[in-house]
Ligand binder design. Structure first.
Ligand SMILES: [Zn+2]
Length: 273
């Protein structure tokens, strides 16, 4: 397996904008960092797992917090992939839509993607092989930050899933997936994987580790990635050292019981095992 690393700007948070004209007062540095280098999370995965599928933020507002990310839609109506500021909805029937900005989101993670490093992976044989390589980058760059990673290439194999929209009263996510999950196998499909890494201390709020969503280059296929293979992948890494979480103000959310241990549900929902 060959690796080629090319450092772009490094991960040290060097966000100084030297192109700013001197006569224009620059916004406070804190504000710039908050906008550009923050991972924003809508609700928590454990809320979604408990059956809180009600959207709490519109796609239009979500776009003000980032231009790249992953998530799902009101009623868990498919998998969300945000790439280059566009939101794609990979639906349970295998189609991909570009939903209206008014559609709402119950759970998502987005950031403004700013490449820090780029590497090339060759002969990636599986999801495990890819996440092992990505774990190596995280070990090198620091395990306790967030990483949004863009992975471009042709996938000789892509095994993805989505799910059909749920009706109220909502079941838990694991119950919903058991009945309404759909699978897609693609071969030799060009596209992009949007991968999010959350540190281990996030295990009560999200899935600690990697979470991958796929969108094809022609934007007609996509979903939550369960397995993949590729001869060559270009991997672009954005180190993110700030975290913001927006809580729904719904009655369901404010009264939900988050004392339950949902770690087994997280594993089942993410890996489908
Ligand atoms: Zn997913």
């Amino acid at each position: 397996m060959a690796l080629a690393a090319a450092v772009l700007t490094g991960c040290a948070g060097d966000s100084t904008d030297t192109t700013q004209p001197s006569e224009v007062p620059a916004p406070p540095a804190q504000e710039v960092d908050r906008e550009r280098d923050t991972l924003c999370q809508i609700s928590l995965l454990q809320g979604l797992l408990s059956g809180d599928f009600q959207g709490s933020i519109s796609i239009g507002e979500l776009k003000t917090y980032g231009d790249m990310g992953i998530g799902t839609f009101d009623g868990v109506d498919g998998e969300l992939i945000m790439l280059d500021g566009v939101v794609y909805q990979a639906k349970g029937d295998g189609t991909v839509a570009q939903p209206d900005d008014s559609l709402t989101i119950p759970f998502a993670n987005v950031t403004f993607f700013e490449p820090d490093e780029q590497v090339t992976y060759t002969d990636v044989e599986s999801f495990e092989a890819l996440t092992e390589l990505l774990d190596g980058e995280v070990e090198r760059l620091g395990e306790n930050r967030f990483y949004m990673v863009r992975i471009d290439g042709t996938f000789t194999e892509m095994h993805a899933r989505s799910e059909y929209a749920q009706e109220e009263p909502y079941r838990t996510l694991v119950e919903a997936l058991a009945e309404d999950q759909t699978y897609f196998d693609y071969e030799d499909v060009e596209g992009t994987v949007v991968a999010l890494y959350c540190p281990v201390y996030m295990s009560e709020l999200n899935n600690a580790g990697w979470h991958l969503h796929f969108i094809s280059a022609d934007r007609t296929r996509g979903g939550h990635v369960l397995d993949l293979a590729s001869d060559e992948l270009t991997v672009t890494i954005d180190c993110t050292d700030s975290f913001e979480m927006l809580l729904p103000d719904s009655e369901y959310f404010v009264n939900a019981d988050f004392s339950l241990d949902r770690s087994e549900d997280v594993r089942r929902a993410e890996t489908n095992e």
